[in-house]
Design a protein around this ligand. Structure first.
Ligand code: 1GP
Length: 241
């Protein structure tokens, strides 16, 4: 199954931009899902990502089942850990944290995940994941015990992303971290984009339509937003279809 990935490639070929709404099972109450998803459905969102850094066993599956009752958008897992893998979703970002040097998040957890993945039919998308410094310590940094790449170290960011592509990763994700004070700068986005031939995902700290447009202009193919919707659902009003 490669449907989600193929659709991303097709969208890019057609010069369409993509937006994922990130839902953290730790923060979303199941009884609020129907109302939240109706807003997602009326917006320009093209994907729903589900995941978080600290989520208890079973919560992801319960949430995904509830989300899928109310939308036809693809639901893609963006897991912080193996226990978040569920075949109730449509796909999985199989993230390798290539900005860091913690073997668990580079390959260790992936090896552990195989026994789960072998047993289920889930579209697996190998994704290079780069954590870029913003001004505060984010959950990814804390949980993965890795340091982000400094945002003025642009050549290292570019070379890391390119190394991921050369290793065969199919997507590249520039992450400022959930609730980041500074979203990924457009200069970084455009320079990384120039080097890559695979789709570029950008997330972390994006809170306005203006930031979304600038990130798209700089070369982001898919933008991920979580916190801005968690804090104020009226943001959906600005992103209507
Ligand atoms: C976090 O990139 C995502 O992993 C989204 O970040 O919650 O800041 O939108 P925000």
């Amino acid at each position: 199954m490669t449907k989600i990935y193929q659709n991303i490639i097709t969208a890019i070929t057609n010069a369409e931009k993509l937006l994922a709404v990130l839902i953290d099972p730790d923060k979303m109450k199941v009884e609020l899902v129907s109302n939240f998803i109706s807003k997602v459905n009326q917006s320009i969102a093209t994907h729903i990502f589900v995941g978080g850094s600290e989520v208890n066993e079973g919560m992801t599956e319960t949430l995904v089942v509830e989300i899928k009752k109310f939308t036809d958008l693809p639901v893609v897992l963006f897991p912080g850990d193996i226990i978040q893998i569920t075949d109730k979703a449509d796909g999985l970002l199989f993230l390798s944290l290539i900005s860091g040097r913690n073997p668990d998040y580079l390959i260790g957890k992936h090896v552990e995940a195989v026994s789960r993945l072998r047993a289920i039919d889930l579209e697996v998308m190998p994704t290079g994941y780069l954590l870029i410094e913003n001004e505060k310590v984010t959950a990814v940094q804390r949980v993965s015990e890795t340091l982000p790449i400094k945002r003025n170290n642009i050549q290292t960011i570019i070379d890391t992303a390119k190394a991921g592509e050369l290793l065969g990763m199919k997507l590249m994700y520039l992450e400022a971290g959930s609730g980041a004070t500074h979203a990924i700068e457009t200069e970084i986005i455009s320079k990384v984009k120039k080097e890559l031939s695979i789709p570029l995902i950008v997330g972390g700290g994006i809170k306005s339509k203006h930031q979304i447009e600038n990130a798209y202009k700089a070369g982001a193919d898919l933008i991920v937003i979580g916190t801005a919707f968690e804090q104020d659902e009226s943001f959906f009003e600005h992103l209507k279809k």
